[in-house]
Ligand binder design. Structure first.
Ligand SMILES: Nc1ncnc2c1ncn2[C@@H]1O[C@H](COP(=O)(O)OP(=O)(O)OP(=O)(O)O)[C@@H](O)[C@H]1O
Ligand code: SF4
Ligand SMILES: [Mg+2]
Length: 324
């Protein structure tokens, strides 16, 4: 399958009075056409920084230090601002965590979707209205409710409107950054099921950013696990579930309750994500890793393929040969 997005050696820092916070370092991954990729990790691991770097939405004190971001042949790191404005929304759309609260209370939801279409496409208002009605139906909202105002909708419905808005210019890629956090569990499951359904129907590529491992494993094709600014493991979901190799990935799995196995002992990972201004030398997971060896302090492990389409960054993977 063709890659829609290729991110290579992406490095983004934030300047702080104490020195640069190395929030994203040497991050590489791809997203295939029609694929749903889960990007997960604890709070502060750099997930949002990756998303904002892809979209070039990093603002001072942040800066992309180096790296490549290719969206279906377009170089986003070096694209002109005017070009980027066209690419955002039309080629990549983001559903941020605050999406449902970002709706303007004084305009109907239909008018807001219409405006976002007209801002990016040269079509008539009538055509934009027709598309808005189709989009509302697609996300499970009665098309006649286009005249309703945000306060007339529940949280889950507003989130559906945010998804409809993200779909409004038929993007190639959607990035959902914790976009269901804050919704109750049932509504969260419905919104996630809707995204999966749309991904299949529209052959969309989607990056789901979350710290919720069960949510991500339930719908994503592949999963990239981030720790302290780096991808430590990246593989198909079944490989992550059945053959996780990185101690952090294993720790996340051990810390997750299993509804199918209530007897499972849930063990949380001791310690916290390091301050990224001064992360541990060598492997950044070293302070929390029960397998840490001398080598782990001397050098940073690279992301290497342990088998086809399964990449791990850990010195325990001695047999791994080729670098991504
Ligand atoms: N404006 C900023 N100035 C300094 N450091 C920042 C800034 N924004 C983010 N960081 C640092 O960058 C790192 C990554 O932050 P980011 O928001 O990308 O993490 P995240 O994985 O999305 O976390 P969360 O799950 O809490 O949303 C953190 O260590 C954070 O402290
Ligand atoms: S490289 Fe070393 S410290 Fe890092 S995860 Fe592997 S064993 Fe643990
Ligand atoms: Mg975030």
């Amino acid at each position: 399958m063709k890659n829609i997005l290729t991110v290579k050696n992406l490095t983004t820092h934030y300047d702080t009075p104490q020195g640069p916070a190395r929030a994203v370092e040497n991050v590489s991954f791809t997203v295939k056409k029609g694929e749903m990729l889960g990007l997960i990790g604890e709070s502060g691991c750099g997930k949002t920084t990756v998303a904002q770097s892809i979209l070039r939405l990093i603002e001072y004190p942040g800066k992309i230090v180096t790296g490549e971001v290719d969206l279906d042949g377009k170089d986003l790191v070096n694209a002109k601002t005017s070009e980027l404005e066209k690419i955002r929304w039309k080629d990549i759309a983001v559903i941020p965590q605050s999406a449902m609260n970002a709706l303007n209370p004084v305009y109907s939801i239909g008018d807001q979707i219409i405006e976002s279409i007209l801002l990016h496409e040269n079509i008539s208002r009538k055509e934009a209205l027709n598309r808005t009605k189709t989009l509302l139906e697609l996300v499970g909202i009665d098309k006649d409710r286009w005249k309703s105002y945000p306060h007339e909708f529940s949280g889950g419905m507003k989130q559906r409107v945010a998804i409809a808005m993200a779909l409004s210019c038929s993007p190639k890629l959607i990035i959902s950054d914790e976009s269901t956090t804050g919704l109750d569990v049932l509504t969260q499951a419905q919104v996630i099921a809707l995204m999966k359904d749309l991904q299949r129907k529209l052959d969309l590529s989607i990056i789901i950013i979350s710290h919720d491992l069960p949510l991500v494993t339930s719908i994503c094709d592949r999963i990239a696990i981030m720790y302290a600014g780096k991808i430590v493991e990246w593989a198909g979901t079944s490989n992550i579930l059945q053959d996780a190799r990185h101690p952090y990935s294993k720790g996340l799995l051990d810390a997750t309750p299993d509804l199918a196995n209530p007897e499972k002992k849930v063990v949380s990972i001791p310690g916290t994500v390091p301050n990224l201004v001064s992360p541990p030398e060598g492997c950044r997971f070293r302070d929390r890793c029960q397998y840490a060896m001398e080598t782990c302090a001397a050098a940073e492990p690279e992301l290497v393929a342990v088998k086809s389409e399964h990449y791990v960054s850990c010195f325990l993977e001695k047999g791994a040969k080729y670098v991504l």
